[in-house]
Unconditional design. Structure first.
Length: 199
């Protein structure tokens, strides 16, 4: 029980992924790994990686897409916690441009909150007006996000119209461009170094 087996899981993962990668590509399957992030004990000076994933480096090299998912806050209804505010960073992506971020609400038992996304995108594209805690849509004012969500639940046609307009804005070429900051990453740096630089 107290025996120290150094890097046993890392060696096992390296061997297993060598065998699995070929058969996965032949069978057109997706293998999903969930891992935790731990504080790294030995950081090499200032600016080194402060967090590390368990199980060695093999998973980093074999993975096609790596996502860093963190809870940034809680969604509360009165005193009761009904969900989490989640920030997702794309650390590695072989299929699309990496280093993008997404911020959304996860409701317990339901998943990603569609109405909260509609409200935030509506505010971004100036379809929904926000003044402090007050929201206004089609000449009606609502106190807080919950009141606007209740309005969407009662009037699904208004929600569908807003969704269509937002989709048109997103798919059109005239969408407002955000400032894109380009980062140069040296080929010697690891994924952990990139996440440490982003934080």
């Amino acid at each position: 029980m107290g025996d120290a087996h150094m890097a046993m899981q890392a060696r096992l993962m390296s061997q297993a992924l060598r065998k699995l990668s070929h058969s996965l590509s032949q069978s057109q399957c997706i293998l999903l790994f969930l891992n935790q992030v731990r504080a790294k004990i030995s950081t090499f000076g200032y600016g080194g990686p402060t967090e590390v994933t368990c199980g060695g480096n093999a998973l980093k090299f074999y993975a096609s897409v790596r996502l860093n998912i963190r809870r940034t806050g809680l969604v509360k209804k009165g005193e009761e916690t009904v969900g989490s505010q989640v920030l997702v960073k794309v650390i590695k992506n072989k299929h699309a441009p990496p280093f993008r971020t997404a911020d959304f609400e996860l409701e317990f038992g339901k998943g990603i909150c569609r109405d909260a996304e509609l409200i935030s995108l509506g505010v971004k594209y100036k379809l929904v007006k926000k003044n402090g805690a007050m929201y206004s849509l089609n000449g009606e004012t609502f106190r807080g996000k919950d009141a606007l969500r209740k309005y969407f639940a009662e009037n699904s046609t208004v929600r569908d119209e807003l969704e269509l307009i937002i989709k048109e804005k997103l798919y059109s070429t005239e969408a407002p461009e955000e400032e894109v900051t380009e980062e140069t990453v040296s080929p010697d740096s690891t994924d952990e170094g990139v996440t440490a630089a982003e934080a």
